[in-house]
Design a protein around this ligand. Structure first.
Ligand code: CP
Ligand code: NVA
Length: 304
C-alpha cells in the first residue's frame, strides 16, 4: 500500500482531522501526567529544513523522543540536497532508511515531488503555499478553549499566504465561515478561493470583517523568503494591524491567534498578543501534541 502523506490538510478527511484533534488533547494529558507512551520506539524521522524554525523543529524533535523514536535534523547546508542532488534521488534514499520524513521548504511542488518518490509518509512542515501542521495546533486550541468551531466566524487578517491557504482548507473540512481581510493584491491564490467560495469571503474592510468574529488570526506581513519586500509590505499593510479596537468589534469571547514568530507593532499590537483573549502560547505548545497525534495516525493507524 502506498504511504499516506500529509502535504495539505485536505489529505485528511473531515472525520480523520476531527479524530486527530481529539487525540491531540488526549496525548497532551498523557504527556502532562508523565505517563510513558512510546508507540514509535526505534522509529526515525528525517527533518529537512530549508527555512528557519523554532516551534516546528522543537515540537517534532521532542515529540519523536517522547514517543520513543528519534529525529534527524537535515539542512541543505550540510547534505547533498544543498548541492543539487535531485529531489527524486534524495527521496528514494532518505525514505529507504527512515520511517517518516518532514520537510520545510519554499516551492510546494518540492514536497509533492518528494512524496511521489518516498516509500514512507511525508509531512509538509511549511511551504510557500501551505502550513497544515500549524492548523492542527490552531484547531486543537480552539476546540480546547471554545468547543467545536463548526459554524463559527473566523477572520484572517493580513497576507493571503501559506497560513491563510491552510485556514481556507480548514474552513472546508471543519465547516466554519472564513473572512479574509487583506489589502488589494494580497488575496489568497485564486485556485484555492475558487474551490471554496461557499466558505470564504474576501474583503479589504478589516472592521467589517472583525465584527462578531469568534476567532481573529493574523501572521507576519512578510513571510520567510519575502524579506526584501518587507519595506513595501509595511506600507501596503498599513491599517491591517490587529489592535484592541479591532478585537473589541469581535464577540466578547473571541480568541486571538498567531502562528508566531510575531512582530509586535506591525501585524499585531502588543496589548492584543499579550492579552487574556490571546491563546498564542497554547497554540504554540499544541504543535507538540497535535503533531504527535498526526505521527501516531500516519505511522500506527495507517500502517496497521
Ligand atoms: N509557527 C511556526 O511554524 O514556527 P517556526 O517557524 O518557529 O517553526
Ligand atoms: N507565513 C509565515 C509563517 C511562519 C511560521 C512564513 O511562511 O514565514
Amino acid at each position: 500500500m502506498p504511504p499516506r502523506h500529509f502535504l495539505t490538510l485536505t489529505d485528511l478527511t473531515s472525520d480523520e482531522l476531527k479524530q486527530i484533534l481529539l487525540r491531540a488533547t488526549e496525548l497532551k494529558k498523557i504527556h502532562r501526567e508523565r505517563t510513558q507512551y512510546q508507540p514509535l520506539k526505534n522509529r526515525v524521522m528525517a527533518m529537512i529544513f530549508e527555512k528557519s524554525s523554532t516551534r516546528t523543529r522543537v515540537s517534532f524533535e521532542a515529540g519523536m523522543a517522547q514517543f520513543g523514536g528519534h529525529a534527524l535534523f537535515l539542512s541543505p547546508r550540510d547534505t547533498q540536497l544543498g548541492r543539487g542532488e535531485p529531489i527524486e534521488d534524495s527521496a528514494r534514499v532518505i525514505s529507504s532508511m527512515v520511517d517518516v520524513v518532514m520537510i520545510r521548504t519554499f516551492e510546494h511542488e518540492k514536497v509533492t515531488k518528494f512524496a511521489e518518490y518516498s516509500s514512507v509518509p511525508v509531512i509538509n512542515a511549511l511551504t510557500d503555499d501551505y502550513h497544515p501542521c500549524q492548523l492542527l495546533a490552531d484547531m486543537q486550541t480552539y476546540l480546547e478553549h471554545r468547543g467545536s468551531i463548526e459554524g463559527k466566524k473566523v477572520v484572517w487578517v493580513g497576507d493571503g499566504n501559506n497560513m491563510c491557504n491552510s485556514y481556507i482548507n480548514a474552513a472546508h473540512l471543519l465547516n466554519f465561515e472564513l473572512t479574509v481581510a487583506c489589502p488589494k493584491g494580497y488575496e489568497p491564490a485564486s485556485k484555492i478561493l475558487e474551490q471554496h467560495q461557499d466558505r470564504v469571503t474576501v474583503t479589504q474592510d478589516i472592521k467589517k470583517a472583525a465584527t462578531d468574529a469568534d476567532l481573529i488570526v493574523t501572521d507576519v506581513f512578510a513571510s520567510m523568503g519575502q524579506e526584501e519586500e518587507q519595506e513595501k509590505r509595511l506600507q501596503d499593510f498599513q491599517g491591517y494591524q490587529v489592535t484592541q479596537h479591532i478585537m473589541s468589534l469581535a464577540k466578547s469571547d473571541a480568541l486571538f491567534m498567531h502562528c508566531l514568530p510575531a512582530h509586535r507593532g506591525e501585524e499585531v499590537a502588543a496589548d492584543v498578543i499579550d492579552a487574556k483573549d490571546s491563546v498564542v502560547w497554547d497554540e504554540a505548545e499544541n504543535r507538540l501534541h497535535a503533531q504527535k497525534a498526526l505521527l501516531e495516525f500516519l505511522l500506527c493507524e495507517c500502517e496497521e
